[in-house]
Design a protein around this ligand. Structure first.
Ligand code: UFG
Length: 334
């Protein structure tokens, strides 16, 4: 039996495929390559196409004996989602609805869903627990929360069991150096800081230094992409054992400020990494830190790369070896 991974050519998707293959799983990737990369497709079974293509979904579910789906494919830029909410409702909620309809039609009863800390909005307390209030401050977070709710009702109606994984700030790369993080355009802190270290940018703009934190910059919970990948495998195992529909936070449970991340990147790269303080970015909460007790307790999740320096070193290894991301590999970066 196989696992269908939608968005398996993307950053978290490709690292999860690597983890599944390492466990001897049969994997099928479906990706439209709009933000994913050909060079990041590790599975031998690959379909290039869109989840909203019902005929394609029918073909995949008919051709393969699919036991479970891991659903990554989505639009995921918070700022863009505020400008283009309908794109996010179509691409995220609309696609998930089509995927679940195909699963229902073909009797597939297990799904792991890529959710986000953005479902919480501005947290009422940290560390954030899974049953804390969810009040997204962007259409991105809102659409991910809508899908979590759709999943809950698909369990009630069709017995489709799901695990929604709310990621905090993902970083790092696979230890074998073949896959890593490459977004076009890049908007995440650690890759941008490393682009400064590589001389591709002159400085890093710090988005606000007047937040109510010790050094005035935002605090985030950084989690290694391979620890995230491990959690997806454990989520499939949870469902295989007959586990219930659940939501889990995935973070390390400790926070670092933007200035602390930059300082750690200076240590790792040996580059001075000049900074400029800029305006706050709309919708950035001051502090996001996960409680990860539930994932550890229920899934048996054991993060292996909790140290921020290790996470940045792993990202640095990828970025310094692939300064142009997948574009430098002779494969298309779309
Ligand atoms: N930042 C800068 N300068 C930059 C880029 C980022 O100062 O050039 C700051 C941001 O303001 C933020 C922190 O660095 O305080 C981290 O920013 P990222 O863009 O790397 O990550 P976010 O915390 O904004 O986003 C992450 C995920 C999203 C998710 C969100 C939940 O990447 O998918 O958490 O709030 F929606």
């Amino acid at each position: 039996m196989s696992i269908l991974v939608t968005g398996g050519a993307g950053y978290v998707g490709s690292h999860t495929v690597a983890e599944l293959l390492a466990h001897g799983e049969e994997v099928i990737v479906l990706d439209n390559l709009r933000t994913g990369h050909t060079g990041a497709v590790l599975a031998s079974a690959f379909y290039q196409g869109d989840i909203r293509d019902e005929a394609l979904l029918d073909q995949i579910f008919t051709n393969h004996d699919i036991e479970a789906v891991i659903h990554f494919a989505a639009s995921s830029l918070v700022g863009e989602s505020v400008q283009m909410p309908l794109k996010y409702y179509d691409n995220n909620v609309g696609s998930a609805q089509k995927l679940l309809a195909a699963m229902e039609k073909h009797g597939v009863k297990k799904i792991v869903f890529s959710s986000t800390a953005a479902t919480y909005g501005e947290p009422k307390r940290v560390p954030i627990q899974e049953d804390d209030p969810t009040e997204p401050t962007s259409p991105y977070g809102e659409t991910k929360l809508a899908i979590e709710k759709m999943l809950k009702w698909c369990d009630v109606a069709y017995g489709i069991k799901s695990v929604s994984l709310r990621y905090f700030n993902v970083a790092g790369a696979h230890p074998d150096g073949k896959i890593g993080e490459d977004h076009q355009p890049e908007s995440h802190l650690i890759p941008i800081v490393l682009q400064v270290a590589l001389g591709q940018r002159e400085h890093i703009a710090i988005f606000g230094d007047d937040f109510p934190t010790e050094d005035g910059t935002c605090i985030r919970d950084y989690i290694h992409v391979m620890d995230l990948a491990q959690a997806h495998y454990l989520a499939v195992e949870h469902l295989r054992k007959g586990g219930a529909t659940e939501v889990f936070n995935l973070g390390n449970g400790s926070g670092f400020s933007v200035k602390q991340v930059i300082e750690k990147a200076r240590e790792v790269t040996g580059h001075p990494i000049p900074v400029k303080v800029a305006e706050r970015r709309a919708g950035d909460p001051a502090i996001l830190i996960a409680s990860n007790e539930k994932a550890k307790r229920v899934l048996g999740w054991k993060p292996q790369h909790e140290d921020l320096g290790t996470i940045i070193e792993s990202a640095w290894k990828w970025h310094s070896a692939h300064p142009n991301g997948y574009a430098g590999e002779g494969s298309e970066a779309k």
